[in-house]
Design a protein. Structure first.
Lengths: 421, 862
């Protein structure tokens, strides 16, 4: 497949506007500004593009809702708060191909008739901030941003808002709270941001990768785009793969490529030729899979059928030397640390689960701990304010469901089975 | 109209409400913790999870809106398990220190666990720890107990508008703290205490000294600190007030209180309370029995009356006393002594301000409802900070801004600073210029409707400053912006503070405000520092007015009163406060009966007032403490304080409210009772066996209060004009000082001392409240940082403040609430207070006080 999102990134100057334009950049913007805003929304709808942040909500539909709301001004926010363990798929766009994102945002803003945009950037991406700010300055200089863009009378201002290191701010309403200068905590929904978002105004929050797809959709048209990859959720997809593979990295492949193909063909197989033991398909919050499931297509439709989720497409591969109780404990330390504290089950339950996992891992597990863990996880699952709590519960529930022996071995023998084999 | 089914019960709803609300209407209780009526929904505690058909996940009843056909279940096995799980989670980090937690017994978490919770927890690891904070004077915080419902934060932000606290940290290490950590340093309203469901934020006043179930009785009463008249519940154990708390939905304060109301009640239990009558014998106040005191007073008054006539005797009523007390005092003066010499400290500003406005607009013009302020789309605030003078009224103005209305303030905005659309901050003494300029610009925008010809005639005649003349006081753009805001208001309010009256040309400023209010068609409010200033006026404690707001000068009213009471009403107008002091100095006034006021502390030029009081042959003071004034008295009578007697107050919106005795024994006697006793000692035939019998006489003779029973008042429906007859539609004559001139310029380099009206105190009464003293325990001279810089002064520096008549050392405090060129000092403390430094004149038109000689020098003590 021809690269769309990572096109040109091997060029060391790919982040400059000169290189981007030389590779055909900003042509879609020129085309888009001659179209009716509604027409662009129609194209995105017909492209079948689904949000790449994890939930997979149809982008065109989201835009349509916001565009139908009569309130102005509208805001376009780019969610670049990529913070889930295992996820680094947006980073190459942000650092190597920033103009693709900027062009995507200008077109999206035009479609939505939004005059103000922010890129909410993960606090731990200082290099990306420098790159983005430089790219935004170039775009202003070239007349792609600011007043009267390309002489077409459309105005759009864009800036980077850097987060302060909270995972929860990747949740769109917490992101909005944070942009408004408040404590990053999710809001009650409904109302949804498309109607009542930033400063109470209609707001679209899209993931970096989602927005980066927009210029291509405008270029080739929605119908042509819809033919790429899985039919239910088409398009190119960035998969970030890490842990026990030979060539960890970000791979741009058609949506629906199987885990097997990604691991063995693109990422060079399991490190040292060892045995695959477990794989997390979409970031730490998505349920873990056993090796027999790796022929499943990696998309929004197929993974839920086998009890997991595509999430952000962040694949974490564990071979037979890895202690999964330790992985689970490490994941729970993350969730406990990142729980915002708003709702009871996530605030208190993540810490409790971490406590139990910690003692199992350290050889102090007690009989009944597995049942207790499951009970605590079930008391969290489906009862939290936002999906963060579900993610934490998923880890525990799916690890215990798929690898009960490892947990039992730990409790019984006060040590790990993985190291012994 | 929509139908929902909850637990099989079909409920019809007019409009969509939350599932929680719908369930409540159907009598179904859903447990909650973070929900609190009146606060925005939060959805954090997850206790109110319910099952909704067609929705896969459990939903929070407090956030989910009902839709037609919705089917909800609230008591399934799944829900019960979820609730139990949530409570188990909450107890993970909540210390089980109920045995010594003051909240135990009224703790919502404890109650919920008792009903729904697990019998035992399975969490075996250590709990988080966080030190208890005693940083604040009257509040103690124990954040280990916090369940992060955020009710306190939402209360502070949304209703109080103080924005003092927030959730800091993340996850289970989140704690409610002030932004800067450490001390709250806030308005200390304590409304966070009301909403805290557990023992995380609590009062220190009775810490570890009682349990909620020790409360033997609760008495609903009206706060005795300011003219708002908040409804409060006094919780009693034996004769001690254990707490004063608001109750949701009760009274015009709707569950809110300010620092004075919530914490200041302890002044009644001060060890300095007077408990026996005192008579000055050989230059010393000596304890005597009540009969001896009564006999002495009766004899001396008779003697003076016989020798010098009734008009040689005068009386001072009190805005801290009830209507019944004040009625009895004027009754005593008019019908037992036979003089109209009765006035009060309402003369300083409140009474003349209200009377002047009534002469323009008609009687009752300031009788507007405080809870209605928040529904206005705009407010103009002049002459003082409502958030300190009448705090709960101040919250209503903050609410205007929250409801997207506009607020224009002329003068330093103080506690409204976060809520102001336009603040016209001028030099001291430039308000008149600003008001005239605003009126000038506004009358270009708004037409004169012809409703009040006399007012309109004067509006046309008033001199409007030119741009040039104005430039000295304020930027013309600021005036234009404020006028643009004002002209867009549709149902505005105008809030008038006491500072408007207390300077030269007060009638001019008040007229300008009235004219602006007329043009924008606003409802008027006059701030009142005492709980019953309006009441004492309505009770006839003015030298020219009879009870019920009837002018003495009309024979018709005197006649009517004589008919109903069978007693002669003295005809000639009496002396007002200032005239009585002058007459005392001149030897014309021989006796003065002071009820519940500390004249020496409350009036300028202490020497002059002292000298006047010392010239009297007989000074009778009825008070709860030995004050600067009562020390000079010939007879001191110990009175019952607020919370020790029944009666009524009339607040600034003229609502009559019940004041009830919570303490059943008092070291003194009720003021009305003392006066009734002295009256009968002097041969009066009136029989007053109870406070009701006093009220019976009031409604018998006051046409305004006719037929108004205590039951009506207790129901909270006693709103002006009650069922009585006000003198509506009387458009009187009114004068305006210097209508065709601009005010004289003031020296810009000079410093003026102003009266600070602190939130934490109330006159000299609150210096007997240990709680309030713990927040503000000493007088501080407030100065603007820019002025301080000019004088090379730092916060806390010692300075000498000197005026023409007084010189004293003081500590300074920098404050943005004071304008440049101004220093402010409160009048609470005995050693150092505002009134010592200044002198006064009497306003020729309003008859209110005009503070003079307030030009001061500030020198650093080196």
């Amino acid at each position: 497949m021809e690269k769309v999102l990572l096109k040109n990134i091997d060029n060391p100057d790919s982040a400059t506007i000169k290189a981007y334009e030389a590779a055909g950049g900003y042509q879609s913007l020129k085309k888009a500004l001659d179209l009716e805003p509604k027409k662009i929304i129609e194209e995105v709808k017909s492209s079948g593009l689904r949000g790449r942040g994890g939930a997979g909500f149809p982008t065109g539909m989201k835009w349509d809702f916001a565009s139908r709301d009569p309130k102005f001004p509208k805001y376009l926010l780019c969610n670049a708060d990529e913070g889930e363990p295992g996820t680094f798929k947006d980073r190459p766009i942000l650092e190597k191909n920033p103009h693709l994102l900027i062009e995507g945002m200008i077109i999206s803003a035009y479609a939505l008739q939004a005059e103000r945009g922010y890129i909410y950037l993960r606090g731990e991406y200082p290099h990306a901030r420098d790159v983005l700010e430089k790219a935004i300055a170039e775009a202003y200089e070239r007349g792609y941003l600011g007043e009267n863009i390309l002489g077409k009378g459309f105005r759009f201002d864009l800036s980077v808002h850097q987060g302060a290191g909270a995972y929860i701010c990747g949740e769109e309403t917490a992101l909005i709270e944070s942009i408004e200068g408040r404590r990053g905590q999710p809001r009650i929904k409904p109302p949804f941001p498309v109607n009542v978002g930033a400063w109470g105004m209609p707001t679209v929050v899209n993931n970096v990768e989602t927005l980066a797809n927009i210029p291509y959709i405008v270029e080739i048209g929605g119908e042509a785009y819809a033919k790429i990859g899985s039919s239910d959720c088409p398009g190119p997809k960035l998969y970030s793969i890490s842990c026990c593979v030979e060539k960890p990295g970000v791979y741009e492949l058609p949506m629906g490529t199987s885990l097997r193909e990604i691991i063995y063909e693109h990422a060079g197989g399991i490190k040292g030729g060892r045995e695959l033991k477990a794989v997390i398909p979409g970031g730490i919050s998505t349920p873990v899979l056993t090796p027999d499931k790796i022929d499943t297509p990696m998309d929004f439709v197929s993974l839920p059928k086998i009890g997991s989720m595509l999430g952000s497409g962040a694949i974490m591969v564990f071979d037979d030397t890895v202690c999964l109780v330790r992985v689970c404990w490490r994941a729970m330390r993350f969730f406990e640390h990142e729980s915002c504290g708003k709702c009871t089950p996530c605030r208190e339950g993540t810490g409790w689960m971490r406590n139990i996992l910690e003692r199992i891992e350290n050889g102090f597990g007690r009989e009944g701990d597995i049942e207790l863990l499951q009970d605590v996880a079930l008391s969290i699952s489906g009862k939290t304010f936002c999906p963060l709590g579900d993610g934490a519960a998923n880890v525990v529930l799916s690890f215990i469901r798929n690898f009960p022996d490892e947990f039992e071995y730990h409790i019984k023998n006060k040590k790990c089975s993985a190291g012994e084999e | 109209m929509l139908k929902v089914t909850i637990n099989g019960i079909e409920i019809e709803l007019e409009k969509p409400v939350t599932v929680l609300e719908a369930a409540k209407q159907a009598g179904i209780k859903i447990p909650t913790l973070c929900h609190f009526d009146g606060l925005p929904p939060f959805g954090g505690c997850r206790l109110c999870l319910v099952e909704v058909e067609k929705l896969p996940k459990l939903q929070t009843a407090c956030t989910l809106m009902t839709t037609d056909g919705m089917v909800v279940r609230t008591e399934t096995a799944q829900i019960k398990a979820a609730r139990r799980a949530m409570l188990e989670f909450l107890l993970i980090n909540h210390p089980l220190d109920c045995p010594y937690c003051d909240k135990a017994g009224e703790c919502e978490l404890q109650d919920l666990v008792a009903i729904y919770g697990p019998e035992a927890g399975r969490f075996a690891e250590g709990k988080r720890t966080h030190p208890e904070s005693f940083d604040d004077p009257i509040i103690v915080r124990n954040m280990e107990r916090c369940v992060l419902c955020t009710r306190c934060v939402r209360m502070c932000d949304e209703l109080q508008g103080a924005f003092a606290i927030t959730v800091t940290g993340r996850g289970s290490h989140s704690f409610v703290e002030p932004f800067t950590g450490g001390k709250y340093n806030c308005e200390y309203c304590g409304n966070c205490l009301t909403v805290c469901p557990v023992g995380a934020i609590m009062s220190r006043l009775h810490r570890h000294s009682y349990r909620p179930w020790y409360v033997e009785r609760e008495v609903q009463t009206t706060c005795g600190f300011c003219g708002v008249g908040c409804t409060m519940i006094l919780q009693m154990r034996e004769e001690h007030i254990i707490r004063s708390i608001p109750r949701m939905g009760l009274g015009l304060n709707k569950g809110l209180l300010c620092v004075r109301g919530r914490f200041g009640y302890d002044f009644v239990e001060s060890t300095e309370r007077l408990s026996t009558p005192l008579i000055n014998k050989n230059g010393q106040l000596q304890p005597v029995s009540w009969p001896e005191a009564y006999e002495y007073i009766a004899n001396r008054l008779k003697e003076i009356k016989e020798k010098h006539g009734a008009d040689a005797i005068g009386a001072i009523a009190s805005g801290r006393c009830t209507n019944e007390d004040n009625y009895m005092l004027q009754r005593f003066m008019r019908f037992v002594i036979g003089t109209n010499n009765i006035d009060s400290l309402a003369r300083l500003s409140y009474a003349p301000t209200v009377s002047y406005l009534e002469s323009i607009f008609g009687q009752g013009i300031t009788a507007n409802l405080i809870p209605g302020i928040a529904n206005s789309d705009g407010a103009l605030v002049v002459g003082g900070d409502p958030t300190t003078i009448n705090p709960i009224l101040g919250l209503q103005i903050r609410a205007i801004r929250k409801n997207a209305g506009k607020v224009v303030v002329i003068g330093p905005p103080g506690g409204l600073k976060r809520f102001v659309t336009n603040a016209l901050i001028t030099d001291p003494y430039s308000e008149e210029m600003v008001l005239a300029a605003v009126l000038g610009r506004l009358s270009e925008e708004k037409e004169l409707r012809g409703e009040l010809p006399r007012l309109e005639e004067k509006i046309r005649a008033v001199k409007i400053p030119s741009q040039d003349e104005l430039s000295d006081a304020i930027e013309v753009d600021e005036i234009n912006a404020a006028v643009d805001t004002l002209k867009g208001m549709e149902n505005p309010v105008v809030i008038i503070g006491p500072e408007i009256a207390m300077q030269k040309r007060s009638s001019k400023r008040l007229f300008l405000i009235a004219a602006i209010a007329y043009l924008i068609n606003a409802r008027l409010f006059v701030l009142s520092e005492r709980p019953n200033l309006q009441g004492l006026m309505d009770m006839g404690c003015e030298p020219h007015m009879l009870p019920g707001g009837r002018p003495l000068e009309f024979e018709m009213f005197r006649h009517k009163m004589e008919e109903s009471l069978g007693k002669k009403v003295p005809e000639s107008k009496g002396m007002n406060l200032f005239e009585m002091l002058d007459a005392a100095q001149d030897g014309q006034l021989k006796a003065l009966y002071v009820m519940g006021e500390n004249l020496i502390q409350s009036l300028p030029n202490r020497e002059k007032v002292e000298s006047a009081l010392k010239s009297l042959e007989l000074l009778i003071v009825q008070d709860i403490y030995l004050t600067e004034t009562s020390r000079l008295a010939d007879v001191v009578l110990p009175a019952s304080s607020w919370s020790e007697k029944d009666g009524t107050f009339t607040n600034l919106e003229r609502r009559l409210q019940s004041v009830r005795a919570a303490r059943t024994v008092s070291p003194g006697r009720a003021d009305w009772q003392i006066i009734a006793d002295i009256s009968s000692q002097m041969g009066d035939s009136g029989k007053f066996s109870s406070v009701e019998s006093v009220w019976e006489e009031i409604i018998h003779i006051s046409p305004l209060h006719a037929g108004l029973s205590y039951e009506d008042i207790a129901k909270g429906n006693a709103l002006w004009p009650y069922h009585g007859e006000p003198l509506r539609g009387v458009e009187g004559e009114f004068d305006v000082e210097g209508i065709d001139s601009l005010p004289e310029k003031r020296d810009k380099e000079a410093f003026y001392i102003q009266l600070q009206r602190p939130l934490y105190h109330s006159g000299s009464t609150s210096r007997h409240s240990r709680a309030l003293l713990s927040i503000m325990g000493e007088p501080l001279v407030m100065i603007n940082p820019s002025s301080a810089e000019r004088l090379s002064l730092k916060d806390g520096d010692k300075v000498v403040v000197s005026s023409d008549i007084h010189r004293a050392e003081a500590k300074i405090k920098l404050s943005e609430d004071v304008r440049a060129g101004e220093v402010a000092l409160c009048n609470t403390f005995s050693g150092l207070n505002f009134m010592q430094f200044v002198d006064y004149e009497v306003s020729p038109v309003l008859g209110c006080i005009v503070i003079t000689k307030n030009n001061v020098n500030i020198e650093k003590v080196t």
